[in-house]
Design a protein around this ligand. Structure first.
Ligand SMILES: Nc1ncnc2c1ncn2[C@@H]1O[C@H](COP(=O)(O)OP(=O)(O)OP(=O)(O)O)[C@@H](O)[C@H]1O
Length: 274
């Protein structure tokens, strides 16, 4: 177990946002951080990334307090993909991914650093965009560059804050699959803030459901997702089904097959009047 969070409290001024969070993030797989808007997910990610400071509690990697490490050492251990990011507009995609090597390189990149950058461009299907300026990219393309930069960092701990929010369905699946593969191959502990409960259940071995700054449920999604808790937390009737052993599917009741829906014949056609 590399990343451990213990009794973590975080406040922004008077506003207490995390109220005693305990979480173990195992190596080699993804841990989903779930919960409604404002429940504290990004704050938790930012504390591990050292962008926010805890009021109390501990965040350790291999027993070392992340907030007491020298900056460069922290950067070589932890990579972070923020929810929204202003990118230096004059950088190319390739330069941006090379920034991930910063904690590892001395005066200038070595051949090995260039190889790692090319590998991550390939892995995130960015080779065709490599020479393009970041400013010209679509939101989804830029998001994949940030994931590539984080992977080029070769971290022990990877923090991803909604890394697929701008991606189309294919890239959502591909990107989460790439991250899952890297986590397994390199024994990386991955914490991923994600809103899609089905993707969380499919790609993440562990999950933590945050509610008002506390972890309400933690464990394997197939074991911990239950309809009553999810319905209460999200304020919406939610069905949870298990179509196969170890597989879980989450659906708002209004989208479930049993929900009453107006038949097409009942809908009045609307015509613009001349
Ligand atoms: N810099 C800040 N200053 C003051 N309050 C903040 C700051 N950042 C976040 N908050 C507040 O902290 C609470 C938790 O915010 P956070 O961004 O961690 O939630 P979240 O679960 O990631 O939400 P979302 O799903 O909308 O991204 C919210 O009430 C938010 O308004």
């Amino acid at each position: 177990m590399s990343l451990r969070i213990r009794d973590l409290h975080v406040s922004y001024g008077e506003r207490r946002v995390l109220l005693g969070v305990d979480l173990d993030v195992p190596d080699g797989e993804l841990t989903a951080v779930l919960g409604p808007n404002g429940s504290g997910k990004s704050t938790l990610a930012k504390v591990v990334a050292r962008i926010a400071r805890p009021s109390s509690g501990a965040v350790t990697v291999d027993g070392r307090d992340l907030h007491r490490l020298p900056r460069r050492e922290h950067a070589s251990l932890v990579a972070y993909v923020p929810q929204v990011s202003a990118t230096p507009f004059d950088l190319t995609v390739r330069d941006m991914v090379m920034l991930g090597r910063t904690p590892h390189i001395g005066m200038r990149p070595r051949a090995q650093d260039h190889q790692i950058v090319e590998r991550e461009l390939e892995r995130l299907r960015l080779r065709d965009l490599a020479a393009r300026p970041m400013a010209e990219l679509s939101g989804g393309q830029a998001q994949r560059v940030l994931v590539a930069r984080a992977l080029a960092q070769e971290p022990r701990v990877l923090i991803l804050d909604e890394p697929t929010s701008a991606l189309d369905l294919r890239y959502q699946v591909e990107t989460l699959e790439v991250v899952r593969q890297v986590a397994a191959d390199k024994s990386v502990a991955v914490l991923v803030v994600i809103h899609d409960l089905n993707h969380a259940a499919w790609f993440c071995g562990h999950s933590a459901l945050l509610h008002e700054g506390r972890v309400l449920r933690a464990g394997r999604p197939a074991e911990t997702f239950d309809a009553a808790t999810l319905s209460q937390v999200y304020g919406l009737e939610i069905d949870v089904t298990h179509p196969a052993p170890g597989v879980v599917e989450v659906r708002p009741r209004s989208m479930s097959p049993s929900a009453a829906r107006p038949a097409a014949a009942d809908l009045e056609p609307v015509r613009a009047s001349a």
